[in-house]
Design a protein around this ligand. Structure first.
Ligand SMILES: Cc1ncc(COP(=O)(O)O)c(C=O)c1O
Length: 372
C-alpha cells in the first residue's frame, strides 16, 4: 500500500490527482474521445487518466496490475480472447451465469476445450489440470456461496504450468487478495461492491504479472471495451466508502444468516460465516470477513417467487453489492445452471438497519410459506 497506508485509508486516497493548488481533489469527469495531438493521450480508447486512476487504485489493493473494462463480462471475455485456440480451460462447477455460458460457447465453437471439474476435489483436479491453460474459479461463488481454497488450487495449477483466475467480486479487494494466495489473475465486476450504488457498470482484471496486464491493455485498444469517464469517476467515488459499506453489510449479513438458521420457512441457509458451512474454515483463513451475500433455499420455486414479491424493504432485483438490499430467485434466469436449486433465493445485504431488514424478511417468509 502506498505510502504506508492501511486499507481503510488507502480506499479514501488511492487514485487521486496530484495535489496542484486550485485543482480539484477528485479526478474530474472528462467527456472526451479525442485529445490535442502531441500529449500522452490522443484517443480515449487507448486509455485515459480516469482509467489509469481506477486501475492504479484497484491494482494497489489487489497487489497486482489492473486493467479496467466497461463491465465485468467485458473483463472476463477480454481474458478469454487471450486463450490460445485449443486451450484446455478448467471451470469450477459454479461460476457466474454469463461467464459459464461464454466458456460453454467457446467450447461448442471448438475454440477451447472446457472441463468442468470439482475444484475442491484436489485429487480429481490434479488429474484434470494436466495440459490445461487455466483454472477459472469464484470464491465465494455466485450464487451457491461455495468457498474454494485458492492457495491449494494455485499450487496444483502451477505444478502443471497452468494459471488460476479467481473472480473476487463477492469478496472485494478488502475481503480477499487472491494474488497473495497464489492466483495469477483476479476478476472484479466493479458494477457490484466497488461501485456500491447500483448506478454504474465496470469491470477490472488484475494480473500478477505486469507483462500480462500490458498485453491486456494493448488488446483492449482493439477490443474497444473501455469504461467511460463517468463510470471510472463513479467507481472511484464508490471505492471511497467501500470499507465502511463492506463492514456494515457484512456484520448485518452475518447477523441475518444466524437468525435465518432454523427458520421454518426455509430448508437451508448458505453463508460462509456460519460454522456449519462446509467452507467456513477455509473462508476464515483466506478471507477477512465472510461477505455480504446469503443464499437461502425455500420449500419450492413458487414459494421463493412469492418471497421475492412479498418484501417491502428488500428490493426484488438482480445484481448485488449496492447500498440497498436486494433479493432474487436465481433460477428465474434461463441460463442459470441447473445445479442451482430452483428454490434458491440470493440475498444481497445492503447497509440498512439490521432489524428493519429482519422484520421485512421474516414477515415475507411467513407470507410466502402461507401462500398468501
Ligand atoms: C461473480 C460475478 N462475476 C462477473 C459478473 C459480470 O459482471 P458485469 O455484470 O459487471 O458484467 C457478475 C455479474 O453479476 C458476477 O456476479
Amino acid at each position: 500500500m502506498t505510502p504506508p497506508w492501511r486499507t481503510d485509508t488507502a480506499v479514501v486516497h488511492l487514485g487521486r490527482p496530484a495535489p496542484i493548488p486550485g485543482h480539484p481533489l477528485n479526478l474530474p469527469i472528462e467527456p472526451a474521445s479525442a485529445f490535442f495531438a502531441g500529449g500522452d493521450i490522443e484517443y480515449a480508447r487507448d486509455g485515459t487518466a480516469a482509467m489509469a486512476a481506477l486501475e492504479g487504485a484497484i491494482g494497489t489493493l489487489e497487489d497486482g496490475y489492473a486493467v479496467a473494462y466497461s463491465s465485468g463480462m467485458a473483463a472476463a471475455t477480454a481474458l478469454m480472447d487471450t486463450f490460445p485456440i485449443g486451450a484446455i480451460i478448467i471451470a469450477a462447477p459454479h461460476l457466474y451465469t454469463g461467464v459459464a455460458e461464454r466458456l460453454r460457447q467457446l467450447h461448442t465453437q471448438g475454440r477451447i476445450t472446457l472441463r468442468v471439474v470439482d475444484v475442491d476435489n484436489h485429487v480429481a483436479l490434479s488429474a484434470a489440470v494436466k495440459g490445461a491453460h487455466l483454472i477459472w474459479l469464484e470464491t465465494p461463488s455466485n450464487p451457491m456461496l461455495e468457498i474454494h481454497d485458492i492457495n491449494a488450487i494455485s499450487t496444483i495449477a502451477h505444478a502443471a504450468s497452468a494459471s488460476v483466475l479467481c473472480d473476487n467480486t463477492f469478496a472485494t479487494p478488502l475481503g480477499q487478495q487472491p494474488l497473495r494466495l497464489g492466483a495469477d489473475l483476479v476478476l472484479h465486476s466493479a458494477t457490484k461492491m466497488i461501485g456500491g450504488h447500483s448506478d454504474l457498470m465496470a469491470g477490472i482484471m488484475v494480473a500478477q504479472r505486469q507483462d500480462m496486464a500490458d498485453h491486456l491493455r494493448e488488446q483492449r485498444v482493439l477490443l474497444g471495451s473501455i469504461p467511460g469517464a463517468l463510470e471510472c469517476f463513479l467507481a472511484l467515488r464508490g471505492l471511497r466508502t467501500l470499507s465502511l459499506r463492506w463492514r456494515q453489510a457484512q456484520t448485518t449479513a452475518h447477523e441475518l444468516a444466524t437468525r435465518l438458521v432454523g427458520h421454518t420457512g426455509l430448508s437451508a441457509v448458505r453463508y460462509p460465516g456460519l460454522p456449519t458451512h462446509p467452507g467456513h474454515k477455509i473462508a476464515e483463513s483466506q478471507m477477512s470477513g465472510f461477505g455480504t451475500l446469503i443464499s437461502i433455499d425455500l420449500h419450492s420455486a413458487d414459494v421463493a417467487e412469492t418471497l421475492c414479491t412479498a418484501t417491502s424493504l428488500w428490493v426484488h432485483s438482480t445484481s448485488l453489492g449496492g447500498v440497498e438490499s436486494l433479493l432474487e430467485r436465481r433460477r428465474r434466469w434461463p441460463l442459470e445452471s441447473d445445479l442451482v436449486p430452483p428454490a434458491l433465493v440470493r440475498l444481497s445485504v445492503g447497509i440498512e438497519d439490521v432489524d428493519d431488514l429482519w422484520a421485512d424478511l421474516d414477515t415475507a417468509l411467513t407470507i410466502a410459506a402461507n401462500g398468501t
